[in-house]
Design a protein around this ligand. Sequence first.
Ligand SMILES: NC(=O)c1ccc[n+]([C@@H]2O[C@H](COP(=O)([O-])OP(=O)(O)OC[C@H]3O[C@@H](n4cnc5c(N)ncnc54)[C@H](O)[C@@H]3O)[C@@H](O)[C@H]2O)c1
Length: 335
Amino acid sequence: MARVSILGGGTWGIALAVLLCNNGHEVTVWSAVEKEIQMLREEREHKMLPGVKLPDSMKFTMDDEEAIKGQSILVMAVASSFTRRTADRISSLVAPGQIIVNVAKGIEEATMMTLSQIIEEEIPQADVAVLSGPSHAEEVGRGLPTTVVVGAKSRETAEYIQNVFMSPVFRVYTSPDILGIELGGSLKNVVALAAGIADGLGYGDNAKAALITRGITEISRLGTVMGGRAETFSGLTGIGDLIVTCASMHSRNRRAGILIGQGKTYQQAMDEVQQVVEGVYSAKAAMKLAEKYQVQLPIITQVNKVLFEGKNPAEAVKELMLRDKKSEVSVASWS
Ligand SMILES: NC(=O)c1ccc[n+]([C@@H]2O[C@H](COP(=O)([O-])OP(=O)(O)OC[C@H]3O[C@@H](n4cnc5c(N)ncnc54)[C@H](O)[C@@H]3O)[C@@H](O)[C@H]2O)c1
């Protein structure tokens, strides 16, 4: 049995907390948000996960020491905009070698750092890993079959986390490619905005398939130049997560995209979705990365123009369709 603290009481943190309780671990949920902890403790349900009962064994706290000290694993499940603040807040309490598993997705716009890089910067003594993949909280909370990948610096840590999370409904693969996993998980949110915009414009399955396929090409192009492995982008945390995010109404990025495609600004869309739409921030960071690494990202570029320059979404699609003619394979050989 492991002692696990989940930092962040959002839908993803709670779905993982339920999974880990069911796996027989001792689980504590910590949050900086008082009314969230109060609600979870009193109602034993998250309002966005209706019907998912929180086991009696699940504990709740706002106390930093209680959440950090002596725990086998800390799961960082706060929204990505709070990752740095939360890491800084708990840093002095984290023991050397203590495992932190980041499960949030995003790239910090100002620094272009992934979330595990931020955690490492703030808590250098921690053993930082990531868990990612096509995994909507709404389905994990209900115990529906899901597969994810754990990335860690050592095989030992990866396999330890794999053992703690794995269950008959939650299959966990291991990987050494932390960077590739995180880039796939963050950049897919930008492509999901594009998929939503296409839906909002009334386009069909052909456009969706094109965005998913050409979207993973862009993610992989940037990701491999940055040091991620090509295999990762064709795996669960690459194309897998992109498919689920572009196709599902559970995806807040896709839902925001639909509203933008229907003519709303990104701010109006975020207000209506009532959740942080992380793709909006990752879109800006991706443009900076594209510039730094001299990589072309046509879809992500057009998403940025729609979001931040007021470009008409239909014009953006037209521009994508009519840009320079290309070959699909990098070296065209007809022999
Ligand atoms: N929801 C999913 O299905 C899912 C699946 C996989 C990964 N993720 C990723 O997990 C992360 C969390 O997503 P989510 O849907 O649970 O949550 P969310 O965006 O609703 O927020 C998560 C939590 O952040 C915390 N938070 C809010 N304000 C804070 C503050 N001021 N200081 C510290 N913490 C604060 C709260 O505990 C909040 O519940 C995101 O990065 C998301 O991309 C989500």
